[in-house]
Design a protein around this ligand. Structure first.
Ligand SMILES: Cc1ncc(COP(=O)(O)O)c(C=O)c1O
Length: 383
């Protein structure tokens, strides 16, 4: 029963029926007036979602396209940048920055722990010659389930005045508060298959005035991801290339749903689900992988101890048609991750907690009483 597969992974996330049906149409011309109206509407709603009056551009490509665009449009070869790295996606930033010949200083934290804002503060304060051109980091580190303290780190970047903030908000936009203007974020990158509740294929990038200013001096090579051409086309509610037209239809529908739910309600829903899962897991005698004070609203990583996490995931999928995510790199087989991002409701949470509990019960790792207690625990946070 393929259609019944419940995606509890951090992307692609489940897509609502009305969003799916909004896409199942013949494509319309991307230079047509009808399409221009969709671009205009979605752009306005994207600004609402990003809490910004700045430009938000849509690129046909995955989240990494927006990340790369953020770097190549604002920086130049040899520029000094600081990259935060406490997981797979922090590592990706380092790789992209190095691929373009930037001079990268890495601020590291162990996987499962948050980046230390004071390290950023110190480096930025010591940079009296203002050599640092950008601070680059991931907000919600999907590989570990850690949320970094972007509010604090961005305040230190603002104090520096020169450095841009370039942030991967791929699994935080649409899940928790990311007030782009209030925090003075210069580049915010995200992707469609996450909190946006639509299939993969679109990425989004918010760009501040300060970042546009920096783009005037940027000498890194670019063509498809040259944001100036997107900005120019957007003035005419258009795209420089052929965009994924039907995904724009989906985006329009999904943003309408988000607007109806409201930002505060969306954030609260994700917070409740995070608390329900994390507390249920503890009641099941499993350990959380991430520092409990920095749990991502979108994903919970769970250590499996002596149980092989890959076998565990396989059992849950075969028995219950629920797909959980595995650990990445050295964490493969050691953790599994529950995605609770986007189109997820309380029933999905109760169901996944039940599936995890029953699987542990079958393995003889917990008692029936403990399985029941975990459900009660989870449900407390869902009220
Ligand atoms: C935090 C984070 N950054 C970046 C990406 C990369 O996005 P994509 O695979 O859409 O290029 C992901 C995808 O899982 C992610 O979770």
């Amino acid at each position: 029963m393929q259609d019944k597969l419940n995606l509890m992974i951090p992307g692609p996330t489940p897509v609502p029926e009305n969003v799916l049906s909004s896409m199942s149409k013949h494509p319309i011309g991307h230079r047509s007036g009808d399409f221009q109206k969709i671009v205009q509407k979605t752009t306005e709603q994207l600004k609402w979602l990003h809490q910004t009056t700045a430009d938000v551009l849509t690129i046909t490509g995955s989240g990494t396209a927006a990340m790369e665009a953020g770097i190549i449009n604002t920086l130049s070869k040899g520029d000094q940048v600081i990259c935060g790295d406490n997981g797979k996606f922090g590592e990706r930033w380092v790789k992209v920055a190095r691929a373009y010949g930037l001079d990268v200083k890495v601020v590291k934290a162990d996987w499962g722990t948050p980046l230390d804002p004071n390290q950023f503060k110190k480096i930025l304060q010591e940079d009296t010659n203002q050599k640092i051109k950008a601070v680059i980091l991931t907000h919600s580190e999907t590989s570990t389930g850690v949320i970094n303290d972007l509010e604090k780190i961005s305040s230190y970047i603002r104090n520096h005045k020169k450095a841009l903030s370039i942030v991967d908000c791929v699994t935080s936009i649409g899940a928790c508060n990311v007030p782009t203007d209030e925090w003075g974020l210069d580049i915010v990158a995200s992707g469609s298959q996450k909190g946006y509740m639509i299939p993969p294929g679109l990425s989004f990038i918010a760009i501040s005035q300060k970042a546009w200013k920096a783009s005037e001096n940027s000498d890194l090579p670019k063509f498809y991801l040259d944001l100036k051409s997107y900005k120019k086309s957007l003035a005419n509610n258009s795209n420089p290339f052929t965009p994924a037209v039907n995904l724009f239809l989906a985006l329009d529908e999904a943003l309408k749903m988000m607007r109806e739910e409201g930002l505060d309600n969306i954030f609260l829903r994700h917070k409740k689900h995070k608390l329900a899962i994390s507390n249920a897991v503890k009641a099941l005698n499993l350990e959380l992988f991430a520092d409990e004070n920095y749990l991502s609203p979108s994903i919970t990583a769970i250590k499996t101890g002596k149980i092989n996490a890959e076998e565990f995931r396989k059992t849950v999928k075969n028995k219950f048609d629920i797909l959980l995510a595995g650990g990445q790199d050295h964490l493969k087989g050691k953790i599994f991750r529950v995605g609770h991002l986007g189109y997820v409701n309380d029933r999905d949470i109760i169901t996944v907690v039940s599936a995890i509990s029953i699987t542990l019960l079958d393995l003889g790792k917990i008692t029936a009483k403990e399985a029941g207690e975990a459900l009660v625990k989870a449900s407390k946070y869902l009220k």
